[in-house]
Design a protein around this ligand. Structure first.
Ligand code: EPU
Length: 349
């Protein structure tokens, strides 16, 4: 632990003109003016006492799996590398587990399963860190982070204080939270507490997952069975970022009104859409992009993954700008053909 009394005299191990290539899963080159590996949350309170960091914009980096670096960053990158997982409480409804922001998400999910705690199995193999997960309310196979979220601790840059946020205050929505809006750039998530249900129920309503489990002859799967099935599907459909640079889904599945979906369905009977609470529909962006002929296409050093049109890939040596140019071309085609504006999912620098 860091001794706060030494704060005024302590110099943080800042590195300057630091390459972020190894720290973003797209694998693009961009340099940070200043970089700090945050291995203890107490380090955050010391930043203000380093005069050379005064006034520098800050960017918080987790696993770098949902960020597109389009330029060098003239500021301080805070790379959250804190560790620690602990069961902090239990009641009749849930087991409460607090996790440090820098823990790898998938390793944490596997840890919960090893403890016999279900709830996060559908979110297996999602790249990135625990601290990044609430920002876009990660989701897959019918489950979102918010379903097992209890509270989090964040550090407020302005006041230099830690504060707690409960579920309501996080304003979770589809791939969205208060951290993409009102609190954008103002805080760092330090730890997250999950409430893992005592009365666990499997959730395999998502068609792909139901099929995978049926193919394995599992009609009452355990949490571990679901995790194994999700890992198998993701491995088949999504590129491994350690091999092929990508940030998972590049666009959100767009929400449209029932009238717009009905009109599209008349013209395109194969349209893939999902009814939402409130009467609107979510369209499968991957299907829209696929229909425009982009799947598997290569444009210079970037391309669209051959097994999932929602994933843009770095074919080697791409820059963030190359990826952005490709994304814009795809958006323009989808807009021209379907009248639907695709919204990117990752964060851009
Ligand atoms: N589809 C196509 N062509 C494609 C891709 C998809 O026709 O190239 C069709 C599929 O046949 C299917 C539908 O589109 O009918 C949906 O595809 P899929 O089940 O693969 O899911 P998705 O909507 O493309 C979403 C999430 C993924 C998540 C999966 C599983 C978003 C933006 N993406 O993808 O999340 O893993 O569902 O739940 O919501 C991520 O956020 O990075 C991510 C990978």
């Amino acid at each position: 632990m860091w001794d706060n009394r030494a704060a005024m005299s302590f110099r943080l191990p800042i590195q300057y003109d630091f390459s972020l290539r190894a720290y973003n899963t797209l694998g693009v080159e961009a340099r940070a003016q200043a970089y700090l590996q945050v291995t203890a949350s107490d380090m955050l309170a010391l930043i203000d006492s380093n005069a050379e960091l005064d006034g520098l914009p800050r960017f918080v980096l987790g696993g770098g799996s949902n960020v597109v670096l389009t330029r060098d960053f003239d500021g301080l990158v805070l790379h959250m590398c804190t560790e620690g997982i602990e069961i902090i409480n239990q009641d009749e409804y849930a087991t409460y587990v607090r996790v440090a922001a820098g823990e790898n998400w998938h390793r944490f999910v596997l840890w919960t399963l090893a403890q016999g705690l279900g709830g996060l199995e559908n979110l297996s193999l999602i790249p990135g860190t625990v601290g990044a997960a609430p920002i876009q309310n990660i989701g897959a196979y019918g489950v979102e982070l918010k379903d097992c979220f209890h509270a989090l601790t964040a550090f407020d840059f302005a006041s230099g204080e830690l504060f707690r946020l409960g579920k309501e205050a996080c304003e979770f929505a589809y791939r969205d939270s208060v951290f993409k809006h009102r609190l954008r750039g103002r805080t760092v998530i330090v730890d997250v507490t999950f409430a893992l249900p005592k009365q666990w129920q499997p959730n395999f309503r998502y068609a792909d997952l139901a099929q995978e489990l049926a193919a394995r002859g599992l009609d009452s799967p355990t949490a571990r069975d679901i995790s194994d099935a999700v890992i198998a599907i993701r491995t088949r459909k999504l590129p491994d970022p350690r091999v092929t640079g990508n940030v998972g889904s590049f666009f959100k599945n767009p929400l449209v009104s029932a009238a717009q979906r009905d009109a599209l369905l008349l013209q395109h009977p194969q349209l893939v859409s999902y009814a939402q609470a409130g009467g609107s529909f979510k369209l499968a962006a991957g299907w829209l992009i696929d229909q425009c002929g982009w799947k598997g296409k290569r444009v210079g050093s970037v391309g669209v993954y051959e097994k999932q049109a929602l994933v843009l890939v770095n074919r080697g040596g791409a820059s963030g700008k190359d990826i952005v140019d490709l994304a814009r071309a795809i958006q323009a085609d989808v807009l021209a053909r379907f009248g639907v504006q695709l919204e990117p999912e990752p964060v851009f620098i």
